[in-house]
Design a protein around this ligand. Structure first.
Ligand code: UDP
Length: 485
């Protein structure tokens, strides 16, 4: 099938980290000649304020079923899951069905393939039911995917996620250095109660649900991962036998220019790059805990006092939903005239990380943030919260030597000593910069991610052609010949 006749509907889970992966993915698909419809939720499409799409790229949206003032925060994630799999799912089905008819999309050909976030199994099932080939895209690390796949074995061995140092033997390829405290953990519930206590009492049912969701990605034509051979080649190799095909095509953000406002749910603070311009090379600590985390008051205090004690200037992203009145008052005192401390609600993170003034990144170890920091050769101090963050931070520290893992210990003196070490250690800096070079080779022309991306485009074209052929193959029923529709 001619590439221009291929039309991929891409459908990310409607949260910032997922959108940030799907945007460069869509742009890369468009650059390879295919048409792409990017499916947002109505709520997010309004927030990202994107209208001008590139040729062959357009944005559509469906309702997520929640009122506009709903926080859609990590504590309410189940409400979002529930409403997406009811209201969102019905709207998605109706939209996809309409996009299958020739002439329905103006200059866009009918949809020939869906790449859906693997979190949304309903999106996968509906596409297959309508005869559209579907691939699952999981935006977290391959290492965490591999750990979730291993959950049945981990349960057999009694190796559940807990903040203890016992070594884990149940995740293939990670024996010897992965500890129970590094296994993927669950996000806190809406009432703020840490779910670890539930897990400690037995096995939290959500862990089993997550593990099943991961294994179910094997039902799709292929799994797409935003990772590179030099980062997670071993995990990808362990995942492959469980899937029909696997494509490791990342880090996707390295394939395109910085995602502009089209990808951001918050308004970026324009002034922080100018503020960085006024600082010496590698003198500033950048602090950001991603788009979902909530920081408790005592953690906030230890971070603040620990950072101030380093003596380095710091730029701290604190989303409005992360801080209350008490934190704001403490910050006002710390910020002073703003020359040494700058606090913003949202930063242009990739511009910040590539700025010469940034010396280290105090991060929650989200997968995008981890890869963005590695690509810019910036050492990390990791304070993981949930999901893949605990395993990512273990790899940052123990495998890639790209930073230090602070997990489970948050006191001001640890913050001070780890940030100081990450700022000053030439060993860590050299190690992360060497890794950056290897990953850049993966995404460059002829590298493994580049080759996998080209193979993926061919795979999508081939499956699109097969589906189109089946749709036009005559079917004989009771002696009558009709065409499948
Ligand atoms: N990000 C940003 N500005 C900020 C904080 C984060 O642009 O002030 C971006 C960051 O570059 C990354 C994404 O938000 O691409 C966060 O994704 P990640 O996987 O690191 O964490 P999540 O938010 O999903 O937990």
């Amino acid at each position: 099938m001619a590439v221009a006749a291929v039309h991929v509907l891409v459908f990310p889970w409607p949260l910032q980290g997922h959108i940030n992966t799907f945007v460069p993915f869509s742009k890369a698909l468009v650059n390879s000649g295919v048409h792409v419809t990017f499916l947002h939720t109505d709520h997010n499409l309004r927030r990202v304020r994107c209208t001008a799409a590139a040729p062959r790229l357009r944005y559509l949206s469906i309702p997520d079923g929640l009122p506009d003032d709903h926080p859609r925060s990590v504590g309410d994630i189940f409400t979002l899951m529930e409403s997406m799999s009811t209201t969102g799912s019905a709207a998605y089905r109706a939209l996809l069905l309409s996009l299958l008819s020739p002439g329905s999309g103006g200059e866009f050909p009918p949809v020939t393939c869906v790449v859906a976030d693997g979190i949304m199994l309903f999106a996968i099932d509906i596409a297959e039911e309508l005869g559209v080939p579907v691939l699952a895209f999981r935006t977290a690390s391959a290492n965490s995917f591999s750990a979730y796949l291993a959950v049945p074995r981990l349960l057999e061995l009694g190796e559940t996620p807990l903040p203890v140092d016992d070594t884990v033997h149940g995740v293939p390829g990670m024996e010897g250095f992965l500890r129970r405290r590094d296994l993927p953990r669950l996000a806190p519930a809406a009432d703020g109660h840490p779910t670890e206590s539930a897990a400690a009492a037995g096995v939290h049912p959500l862990l089993l649900t997550m593990a099943k969701g991961i294994a179910d990605c094997g039902r799709t034509r292929a799994l797409v991962l935003n990772t590179a051979a030099s980062l997670e080649g071993s995990a990808v190799a362990h995942i492959s036998p469980h899937m029909r095909d696997v494509f490791a095509i990342g880090p996707l953000h390295a394939m395109s220019a910085v995602p502009g406002p089209a990808a951001s749910l918050w308004r970026e603070d324009d002034g922080c790059v100018a503020w960085l311009d006024g600082h010496a090379d590698r003198s500033v600590v950048y602090v950001s805990l991603g788009s979902l985390t909530h920081i408790w008051h005592h953690e906030f205090t230890e971070f603040l006092l620990g950072l101030l004690a380093t003596g380095y200037p710091f730029l701290w992203v604190l989303r409005p939903d992360m801080v209350g009145a008490a934190e704001e008052a403490a910050l006002r005192g710390a910020v002073g005239d703003g020359s040494k401390v700058r606090v913003v609600e949202w930063a242009p993170q990739r511009d910040v990380l590539r700025h010469r003034a940034v010396g280290c990144f105090l991060t929650h170890s989200g997968w995008n943030s981890t890869m963005e920091s590695i690509l810019e050769g910036v050492p990390m101090v990791c304070w993981p919260f949930f999901a893949d963050q605990h395993i990512n931070s273990r790899f940052v520290h123990a495998v890639w030597r790209a930073g230090l893992d602070m997990k489970d210990v948050c006191d001001r003196s640890t913050v001070t000593s780890m940030v100081t070490e990450a700022m000053e250690s030439s060993e860590i800096r050299q190690s992360v910069q060497a890794l950056a070079q290897r990953v850049k080779r993966d995404v460059a022309a002829g590298g493994s991610s580049d080759a996998e991306f080209k193979r993926l485009v061919g795979f999508i074209a081939e499956h699109s052609a097969m589906a189109r052929h089946q749709a036009h193959t005559p079917v004989i029923t009771n002696g009558d010949v009709r065409h499948q529709d």
